[in-house]
Design a protein around this ligand. Structure first.
Ligand code: AR6
Length: 174
């Protein structure tokens, strides 16, 4: 299948796609940034589902992902993934970030999602350097769609800030 990669500048909570990805934290109980926006606009149902998952299986490990419904958002599902906190780069941050993208894609594919939108995981409060994060995000998505994907037709990178948007644009235009 030919899967398209698209780039958008904006707010991921407005995306009418099958799955949006949330840059969550291991508590699963919400936070600021994109996580805050998703819970705020999506309503209490998302948090209730997160709490139920936490009660069943405990905290979410860094690099791992799980999904809930999308509450009041236009998407069908929210895939919550926990990005690494940048701590110099020698604590497996690149591998863990790649794992966030890969596991999210695996979940979306297993949900038969045809479209998935990603924020720039870990590049806000978690301070992952944006240029390196963009390389990892794009390389991991390409690898997945070339080798494993069955159902996803569209992967959209949703950049909230200009710097991320330009970094992605430069790589994708090459
Ligand atoms: N739509 C798309 N992207 C957004 C939005 C939005 N509405 N809002 C912010 N971003 P961050 P992290 C971008 O800090 O670094 C939370 O408190 C933002 O510009 O949301 O993975 C969690 O609970 C940045 O590029 O996530 C965790 O505790 C990107 O989203 C912690 O932050 C990620 O920034 C996770 O930190």
């Amino acid at each position: 299948m030919k899967t398209e990669i698209k780039l958008v500048k904006g707010d991921i909570t407005t995306m009418a796609v099958d799955a949006i990805v949330n840059a969550a934290n291991s508590s699963l109980l919400g936070g600021g940034g994109v996580d805050g926006a998703i819970h705020r606009k999506g309503g209490s149902r998302i948090l209730e589902e997160c709490k139920a998952i936490r009660n069943r299986q405990g905290k979410c490990k860094t690099g791992d992902a799980f999904y809930t419904s999308a509450g009041l958002l236009p998407a069908k599902y929210v895939i919550h993934t926990v990005g690494p906190v940048w701590n110099g780069g020698r604590n497996k941050e690149p591998e863990l970030l790649a794992s966030c993208y890969r596991k999210s894609l695996e979940i979306a594919d297993s949900l038969l999602a045809r479209s998935i939108a990603f924020p720039n995981i870990s590049t806000g409060v978690y301070h992952f350097p944006k240029a390196e994060a963009a390389q990892i995000a794009i390389a991991t998505v390409k690898e997945f769609i070339d080798n494993e994907n069955k159902n996803i037709e569209e992967v959209i990178f949703v950049c909230f800030d200009d710097e991320n948007y330009q970094l992605y644009k430069n790589i994708l235009d090459r």
